[in-house]
Design a protein around this ligand. Sequence first.
Ligand code: 13P
Length: 250
Amino acid sequence: MKRTPIIAGNWKMHNTLAESTALVEALKKTTNKNKAEIIVAPSFTSLAKVAELAKGSILQVSAQDIHWEDKGAFTSAVSPVQAKDAGATHTILGHSERRSVFGDTDEILNKKVAAALRHNLTIIFCVGETLQEREENKTLDVINGQIENGLKGFTAEQLKGLIIAYEPVWAIGTGKTATPEQAQEVHAAIRATLAKKYGDNFAQATRILYGGSVKDTNVDEIMAKPDVDGALVGGQSLIAEKFDRIINFN
Ligand code: 13P
Protein backbone atom coordinates (compact mmCIF):
# COMPACT_ATOMS: atom_id res chain seq x y z
CA MET A 1 0.00 0.00 0.00
CA LYS A 2 1.23 3.48 -0.86
CA ARG A 3 1.45 5.70 2.20
CA THR A 4 2.07 9.45 2.04
CA PRO A 5 5.41 10.10 3.74
CA ILE A 6 5.61 12.36 6.77
CA ILE A 7 8.62 14.45 7.69
CA ALA A 8 8.21 15.97 11.13
CA GLY A 9 10.50 18.31 13.02
CA ASN A 10 10.50 18.24 16.81
CA TRP A 11 12.02 21.52 17.88
CA LYS A 12 12.13 20.45 21.54
CA MET A 13 13.10 23.31 23.90
CA HIS A 14 14.63 25.50 21.20
CA ASN A 15 13.87 28.72 19.35
CA THR A 16 12.76 32.17 20.36
CA LEU A 17 9.83 33.70 18.52
CA ALA A 18 12.20 35.36 16.08
CA GLU A 19 14.04 32.10 15.43
CA SER A 20 10.78 30.19 14.99
CA THR A 21 9.53 32.81 12.54
CA ALA A 22 12.68 32.67 10.45
CA LEU A 23 12.61 28.88 10.35
CA VAL A 24 8.96 28.67 9.31
CA GLU A 25 9.39 31.31 6.62
CA ALA A 26 12.33 29.36 5.19
CA LEU A 27 10.51 26.01 5.32
CA LYS A 28 7.44 27.39 3.59
CA LYS A 29 9.57 27.68 0.46
CA THR A 30 10.49 24.00 0.28
CA THR A 31 9.88 22.28 -3.04
CA ASN A 32 8.68 19.14 -1.23
CA LYS A 33 9.33 16.98 -4.25
CA ASN A 34 8.03 13.82 -2.54
CA LYS A 35 4.72 15.50 -1.67
CA ALA A 36 5.31 14.57 1.94
CA GLU A 37 3.23 15.80 4.83
CA ILE A 38 5.45 18.24 6.66
CA ILE A 39 4.89 18.85 10.36
CA VAL A 40 6.72 21.14 12.76
CA ALA A 41 6.42 20.89 16.55
CA PRO A 42 7.51 24.14 18.19
CA SER A 43 7.59 24.93 21.90
CA PHE A 44 4.32 26.20 23.30
CA THR A 45 5.64 29.77 23.38
CA SER A 46 5.99 29.69 19.58
CA LEU A 47 3.02 27.50 18.75
CA ALA A 48 0.39 30.17 18.04
CA LYS A 49 2.84 32.27 16.05
CA VAL A 50 4.04 29.33 13.99
CA ALA A 51 0.47 28.19 13.32
CA GLU A 52 -0.45 31.67 12.14
CA LEU A 53 2.56 31.85 9.83
CA ALA A 54 1.93 28.32 8.53
CA LYS A 55 -1.70 28.97 7.66
CA GLY A 56 -2.39 28.23 4.01
CA SER A 57 1.09 26.75 3.55
CA ILE A 58 2.28 23.21 3.26
CA LEU A 59 3.31 23.10 6.93
CA GLN A 60 1.21 21.46 9.63
CA VAL A 61 1.75 22.27 13.28
CA SER A 62 2.01 19.90 16.21
CA ALA A 63 2.25 20.28 19.97
CA GLN A 64 5.13 18.41 21.61
CA ASP A 65 2.88 17.13 24.39
CA ILE A 66 -0.47 17.88 26.03
CA HIS A 67 -1.99 17.42 29.47
CA TRP A 68 -4.80 14.89 29.82
CA GLU A 69 -7.32 17.31 31.32
CA ASP A 70 -9.09 20.05 29.36
CA LYS A 71 -8.43 22.65 32.07
CA GLY A 72 -7.70 22.96 35.75
CA ALA A 73 -5.11 23.55 38.43
CA PHE A 74 -2.11 22.07 36.65
CA THR A 75 0.55 24.75 36.87
CA SER A 76 2.71 24.98 33.73
CA ALA A 77 0.79 22.34 31.79
CA VAL A 78 -0.97 22.94 28.47
CA SER A 79 -4.32 21.33 27.75
CA PRO A 80 -5.48 19.81 24.47
CA VAL A 81 -8.02 22.63 24.23
CA GLN A 82 -5.27 25.24 24.49
CA ALA A 83 -3.00 23.43 22.04
CA LYS A 84 -5.84 23.29 19.51
CA ASP A 85 -6.77 26.87 20.16
CA ALA A 86 -3.17 27.89 19.45
CA GLY A 87 -3.39 26.15 16.08
CA ALA A 88 -2.04 22.64 16.60
CA THR A 89 -3.59 19.86 14.55
CA HIS A 90 -1.26 17.16 15.92
CA THR A 91 0.41 16.30 19.18
CA ILE A 92 3.47 14.21 19.91
CA LEU A 93 2.85 11.87 22.85
CA GLY A 94 5.26 9.63 24.70
CA HIS A 95 8.48 11.13 23.45
CA SER A 96 11.31 9.41 25.27
CA GLU A 97 12.31 12.70 26.91
CA ARG A 98 8.79 12.98 28.29
CA ARG A 99 8.96 9.39 29.46
CA SER A 100 12.42 9.52 31.02
CA VAL A 101 12.80 13.15 32.18
CA PHE A 102 9.21 14.02 33.09
CA GLY A 103 7.96 10.61 34.13
CA ASP A 104 5.22 10.06 31.55
CA THR A 105 4.19 6.45 32.16
CA ASP A 106 2.09 4.26 29.89
CA GLU A 107 -0.89 4.99 32.16
CA ILE A 108 -0.42 8.75 31.90
CA LEU A 109 0.07 8.45 28.16
CA ASN A 110 -3.13 6.46 27.87
CA LYS A 111 -4.98 9.42 29.44
CA LYS A 112 -3.22 11.82 27.08
CA VAL A 113 -4.23 9.65 24.12
CA ALA A 114 -7.83 9.91 25.29
CA ALA A 115 -7.49 13.69 25.57
CA ALA A 116 -6.04 14.02 22.07
CA LEU A 117 -8.76 11.84 20.56
CA ARG A 118 -11.43 13.80 22.42
CA HIS A 119 -10.21 16.97 20.71
CA ASN A 120 -9.40 15.49 17.36
CA LEU A 121 -5.66 16.06 17.58
CA THR A 122 -3.71 13.63 15.39
CA ILE A 123 -1.35 11.67 17.62
CA ILE A 124 2.30 11.03 16.89
CA PHE A 125 2.84 8.24 19.39
CA CYS A 126 6.50 7.60 20.22
CA VAL A 127 7.92 4.25 21.21
CA GLY A 128 11.45 3.00 21.62
CA GLU A 129 13.87 0.96 23.67
CA THR A 130 16.95 1.95 25.68
CA LEU A 131 20.38 0.58 24.85
CA GLN A 132 20.21 -1.79 27.78
CA GLU A 133 16.84 -3.11 26.67
CA ARG A 134 18.20 -3.67 23.16
CA GLU A 135 21.26 -5.48 24.47
CA GLU A 136 19.02 -7.68 26.59
CA ASN A 137 16.98 -8.52 23.48
CA LYS A 138 13.88 -6.85 24.88
CA THR A 139 13.32 -4.33 22.08
CA LEU A 140 10.11 -5.78 20.70
CA ASP A 141 8.67 -6.60 24.13
CA VAL A 142 9.26 -3.03 25.28
CA ILE A 143 7.68 -1.53 22.17
CA ASN A 144 4.73 -3.90 22.18
CA GLY A 145 4.14 -3.02 25.84
CA GLN A 146 4.24 0.70 25.06
CA ILE A 147 1.69 0.21 22.28
CA GLU A 148 -0.48 -2.17 24.30
CA ASN A 149 -0.66 0.01 27.40
CA GLY A 150 -0.47 3.47 25.88
CA LEU A 151 -3.28 2.81 23.41
CA LYS A 152 -5.30 0.56 25.69
CA GLY A 153 -9.09 0.74 25.39
CA PHE A 154 -9.32 2.35 21.96
CA THR A 155 -10.58 0.76 18.77
CA ALA A 156 -9.10 0.93 15.29
CA GLU A 157 -11.94 3.26 14.37
CA GLN A 158 -11.07 5.66 17.20
CA LEU A 159 -7.35 5.51 16.46
CA LYS A 160 -7.76 6.08 12.73
CA GLY A 161 -5.00 8.41 11.49
CA LEU A 162 -2.63 7.51 14.32
CA ILE A 163 1.04 8.05 13.53
CA ILE A 164 3.70 5.97 15.27
CA ALA A 165 7.28 7.15 15.71
CA TYR A 166 9.93 4.56 16.47
CA GLU A 167 12.71 6.37 18.30
CA PRO A 168 15.34 4.11 19.83
CA VAL A 169 16.43 6.00 22.94
CA TRP A 170 20.10 5.26 22.27
CA ALA A 171 19.87 7.02 18.91
CA ILE A 172 18.28 10.27 20.07
CA GLY A 173 20.67 13.22 20.04
CA THR A 174 23.64 10.86 20.17
CA GLY A 175 24.66 10.93 16.53
CA LYS A 176 24.17 7.14 16.56
CA THR A 177 21.51 6.27 14.02
CA ALA A 178 19.88 2.88 13.87
CA THR A 179 20.98 1.19 10.67
CA PRO A 180 18.28 1.15 8.00
CA GLU A 181 18.05 -2.61 8.58
CA GLN A 182 17.52 -2.16 12.33
CA ALA A 183 14.83 0.44 11.66
CA GLN A 184 13.12 -1.75 9.07
CA GLU A 185 13.12 -4.74 11.40
CA VAL A 186 11.39 -2.84 14.20
CA HIS A 187 9.00 -1.00 11.88
CA ALA A 188 7.88 -4.29 10.33
CA ALA A 189 7.36 -5.72 13.81
CA ILE A 190 5.30 -2.69 14.85
CA ARG A 191 3.16 -3.07 11.74
CA ALA A 192 2.63 -6.74 12.54
CA THR A 193 1.56 -5.81 16.08
CA LEU A 194 -0.86 -3.21 14.72
CA ALA A 195 -2.29 -5.79 12.30
CA LYS A 196 -2.86 -8.25 15.10
CA LYS A 197 -4.50 -5.67 17.35
CA TYR A 198 -6.41 -3.51 14.86
CA GLY A 199 -6.57 -5.45 11.62
CA ASP A 200 -4.66 -5.40 8.37
CA ASN A 201 -6.24 -2.29 6.89
CA PHE A 202 -5.33 -0.23 9.92
CA ALA A 203 -1.76 -1.55 9.95
CA GLN A 204 -1.26 -0.90 6.25
CA ALA A 205 -2.60 2.64 6.50
CA THR A 206 -0.61 3.66 9.58
CA ARG A 207 2.49 5.76 8.97
CA ILE A 208 5.46 4.63 11.07
CA LEU A 209 8.22 7.25 11.35
CA TYR A 210 11.81 6.68 12.36
CA GLY A 211 13.50 9.13 14.73
CA GLY A 212 16.98 9.29 16.20
CA SER A 213 19.85 11.23 14.62
CA VAL A 214 18.16 11.51 11.23
CA LYS A 215 20.35 13.75 9.08
CA ASP A 216 20.57 15.07 5.55
CA THR A 217 23.29 12.48 5.02
CA ASN A 218 21.41 9.37 6.17
CA VAL A 219 17.76 10.11 5.42
CA ASP A 220 17.82 8.61 1.91
CA GLU A 221 18.86 5.12 2.99
CA ILE A 222 16.44 5.11 5.93
CA MET A 223 13.51 6.27 3.79
CA ALA A 224 14.30 3.58 1.23
CA LYS A 225 13.08 0.89 3.62
CA PRO A 226 9.56 -0.34 2.88
CA ASP A 227 8.13 0.03 6.38
CA VAL A 228 9.72 3.41 7.09
CA ASP A 229 7.09 6.01 6.19
CA GLY A 230 8.82 9.12 7.40
CA ALA A 231 11.10 10.71 9.93
CA LEU A 232 10.78 12.51 13.23
CA VAL A 233 13.77 14.82 13.32
CA GLY A 234 15.25 16.66 16.28
CA GLY A 235 18.53 18.55 15.91
CA GLN A 236 18.53 18.92 12.15
CA SER A 237 14.95 20.16 12.05
CA LEU A 238 16.23 23.43 13.55
CA ILE A 239 18.43 24.16 10.54
CA ALA A 240 16.33 25.16 7.53
CA GLU A 241 18.69 23.88 4.81
CA LYS A 242 19.22 20.55 6.57
CA PHE A 243 15.52 19.98 7.22
CA ASP A 244 14.70 21.01 3.66
CA ARG A 245 17.10 18.35 2.38
CA ILE A 246 15.47 15.79 4.69
CA ILE A 247 12.02 16.76 3.40
CA ASN A 248 13.34 16.29 -0.13
CA PHE A 249 14.84 12.86 0.52
CA ASN A 250 15.78 10.73 -2.47
P1 13P B 1 17.63 13.92 17.11
O1 13P B 1 17.23 13.98 15.66
O2 13P B 1 18.25 15.20 17.59
O3 13P B 1 18.42 12.70 17.43
O4 13P B 1 16.26 13.81 17.94
C1 13P B 1 15.34 12.84 17.59
C2 13P B 1 14.09 13.08 18.33
O5 13P B 1 14.02 12.87 19.52
C3 13P B 1 12.93 13.60 17.58
O6 13P B 1 11.78 13.56 18.36
